[in-house]
Structures are given as structure tokens and as C-alpha cells.
Design a protein around this ligand. Structure first.
Ligand SMILES: NC(=O)c1ccc[n+]([C@@H]2O[C@H](COP(=O)([O-])OP(=O)(O)OC[C@H]3O[C@@H](n4cnc5c(N)ncnc54)[C@H](O)[C@@H]3O)[C@@H](O)[C@H]2O)c1
Length: 332
């Protein structure tokens, strides 16, 4: 494998993956990205031009996708509409990009017989009760709650069907909540960090008891590369780093790490249908493919992330006012 097509590589996790590839492999990479509001060319700035090329285009456009897939050895598919809150406001781009876009990629890899890795989320499994000792496994039934997670669930089913019906050489991964550099400040952790930088009190949805299983984006990247290199065709792998924390704990930790009182935050309206708890059992990936997360300690990963946002204000500042104005309209 020499040439990799990475869809959504100008977004949060995709750009982390492209940086990871440049550092840890000799692959040359083409990023196919529509550059929606969630993307940033600057996330790819400084990467060697002879290794990384950006093509601006839509994954749902067959004329764009087909020749690109034909010209590469494999596709890693990150491109998606990814923000739950936006999917509650207007689901249509989620259906188009996440379902029709994935279908378009699948038809191209089928036609040209290329390897595909499809990146998905643990949100397809719905949520767990707060006091439930269970965690999600590869056998947990799908039970998505939001238009976002339902559209990702639909895309996962398409990939599995194309493997079974047409022999497409694909793997799927479902990962827990990511944090790290280059995450859009509409998302929970960077929104709170940038609020604190601005001297604004962080906002906590509802009581903050909802639990997320946090993983650093660098660990997600190493897991995806491991699956691409060693995963068995047709298999699904759950990716997680045992990082369960409720939102209240996360807000308090951000405040403490940034030198503020841990109670210096406000409660705001909860998100409709807000999933209670996600938790990942990633034993299959660890035991069968030998993957391990590097960031075993959430606090140190969070401290690194806070430092990154403090040092990269030029990257996020242009989006801050518009992002907060959108939340203010919803009382959040
Ligand atoms: N963020 C998380 O915590 C998380 C966890 C597990 C899985 N995932 C999955 O990882 C993937 C990436 O998530 P993210 O958080 O980086 O999202 P993001 O919103 O930061 O990035 C998505 C990227 O896809 C691009 N894109 C959107 N529509 C497109 C289209 N029609 N054609 C081409 N490009 C398009 C955007 O421009 C953007 O660069 C998604 O598939 C998501 O479901 C995310």
C-alpha cells in the first residue's frame, strides 16, 4: 500500500490521522474534503506537500469520488456531518453526507476493488444506564438515538452489506468520544476550554451526570492505522481507552487545570434526547491486533489539549463568536 485516500481529512479526527500518517508511515495521502464549517485547511498546514494533497470535493459526488478511489490503494473514510446538536436542528445534510456519501464511496471501492476502512462512532449503540456495569462490545445491538447516530448506523449497515453482498474488502471501527487538537470549538471540551481562556464561565448541559468514554484523537489514529494494516476483512473493532468521566468531572478538571475554582461554571438547558452513558470494551482490538492507547491518563491528555488551545488561538478565535451566538439562541 502506497497511496491512501482519506475522506474528511481536514476535520478534527481526520486531520489528526493525516498528521499521524506523516509521522509514522511512508504513505502518500490525498485528503478529499468538502471543507464544510467543521473543516480547516490550517489543520493540514505545515505537512510536506510531496506527501499530502488536498482535493476539495463532496463524497456524495460520484464524478469526484470515482477517479480518486481508482487512483489510490485504499480509502479511510472519516467524512461526515458529526455534530449531534446540528442534526436535531436540520437532519438533511446528515442523511446526504453520512448515508449517500458512504454509499458513493462503497460503489467506487466495489468497482475498483480497493480496501476501505469506515470510521464510525459508539453512538450507534444508543446509551447505557448510569448504574449499568455493561460496556458496548462488537455484539451490542444497534439502537441510535439522534439523527446523527442514526445516519452513522445506516452507513455502518451499508458497509457490512457491501462486504457480504459484493465482497468489498472493508473493515469498520466504532470509537468513543475523542478529544485533542484541531477539534471544532462547538464541541464540549474545546468549547469549555476556550470559554475559560475568554474569562467566560463554562456551560454544563443539565446536571452533568452524562458519562462519556474519552479517548485522545492520537490514540484513535493509531487504532485506525492498526486496523487498516492488520484488521480482518468484514470485521468491526471497537476503539476505546477506558476514559469514562461524567461531564461534571470534565468541566471541573478543565477549571482546575486552568487555575480556576472547580465550581466556576453555569448549568444550561440539556440537549433533547441526551444519551446518558457510553462505555467501550475494546478487548478485541487490543488482543487480536495488539493495539494499546498511549494516553492512559485522561488528566495529562486534557492538560496537553488545554495547552494546545492556549497556543493556537489564531486557529479557533475566528469561529468563537459565531459558535457562541448559535448556542445562545438555544439557551445553551
Ligand atoms: N468526534 C468524535 O468524538 C468521534 C467519535 C467517534 C467517531 N467519530 C467519527 O469520526 C469521523 C470524523 O469526525 P470528526 O469529529 O472529525 O468530524 P468533523 O466534523 O470535525 O470533520 C468532518 C469532516 O468531514 C468533512 N465533510 C463533511 N461533509 C462532507 C462531504 N459531503 N464531502 C466531503 N467531506 C465532507 C468536513 O468538511 C470535515 O472536514 C466521523 O465519521 C465521526 O462520525 C467521531
Amino acid at each position: 500500500m502506497e497511496r491512501l485516500l482519506v475522506t474528511g481529512g481536514a476535520g478534527f479526527i481526520g486531520s489528526n490521522f493525516v498528521h499521524h500518517l506523516v509521522e509514522h508511515t511512508d504513505l502518500s495521502v490525498t485528503v478529499l474534503d468538502k471543507l464544510t464549517y467543521a473543516a480547516s485547511r490550517e489543520s493540514l498546514a505545515g505537512l510536506p506537500e510531496d506527501r499530502v494533497q488536498l482535493v476539495v470535493g463532496d463524497i456524495a459526488d460520484e464524478d469526484t469520488v470515482d477517479p480518486l478511489v481508482a487512483a489510490h490503494d485504499a480509502v479511510v473514510h472519516y467524512a461526515a456531518e458529526s455534530h449531534n446538536d446540528n442534526s436535531l436542528h436540520d437532519p438533511s445534510p446528515f442523511i446526504r453526507t453520512n448515508i449517500l456519501g458512504t454509499y458513493t464511496i462503497l460503489e467506487a471501492v466495489r468497482k475498483h476493488d480497493k480496501r476501505l476502512h469506515h470510521v464510525s462512532t459508539d453512538e450507534v449503540y444508543g446509551d447505557l444506564e448510569l448504574d449499568d456495569p455493561k460496556r458496548f462490545t462488537e455484539d451490542t445491538p444497534y439502537n441510535p438515538s439522534s439523527p446523527y447516530s442514526a445516519s452513522k448506523a445506516g452507513s455502518d449497515h451499508l458497509v457490512r452489506a457491501w462486504v457480504r453482498s459484493f465482497g468489498v474488502r472493508a473493515t469498520v471501527s466504532n470509537c468513543s468520544n475523542n478529544y485533542g487538537p484541531w477539534q471544532h470549538i462547538e464541541k464540549f471540551i474545546p468549547r469549555q476550554i476556550t470559554n475559560v481562556i475568554d474569562g467566560v464561565r463554562p456551560k454544563l448541559y443539565g446536571s452533568g451526570e452524562n458519562v462519556r468514554d474519552w479517548i485522545h484523537a492520537e490514540d484513535h489514529s493509531s487504532a485506525v492505522l492498526t486496523i487498516l494494516e492488520k484488521g480482518s476483512i468484514g470485521e468491526t473493532y471497537l476503539i476505546g481507552a477506558d476514559g469514562e468521566k461524567n461531564n461534571l468531572e470534565v468541566v471541573r478538571l478543565i477549571l482546575t487545570l486552568m487555575g480556576r475554582s472547580e465550581d466556576d461554571f453555569d448549568h444550561v438547558n440539556d440537549r433533547a434526547g441526551h444519551d446518558l452513558r457510553y462505555a467501550i470494551e475494546s478487548g478485541k482490538l487490543r488482543q487480536e491486533l495488539g493495539w494499546q492507547p498511549q494516553y492512559q491518563n485522561f488528566e495529562s491528555g486534557l492538560a496537553d489539549t488545554i495547552a494546545w488551545y492556549q497556543e493556537h488561538e489564531d486557529w479557533w478565535r475566528p469561529h468563537k463568536d459565531a459558535t457562541e451566538a448559535k448556542y445562545a439562541q438555544k439557551g445553551q
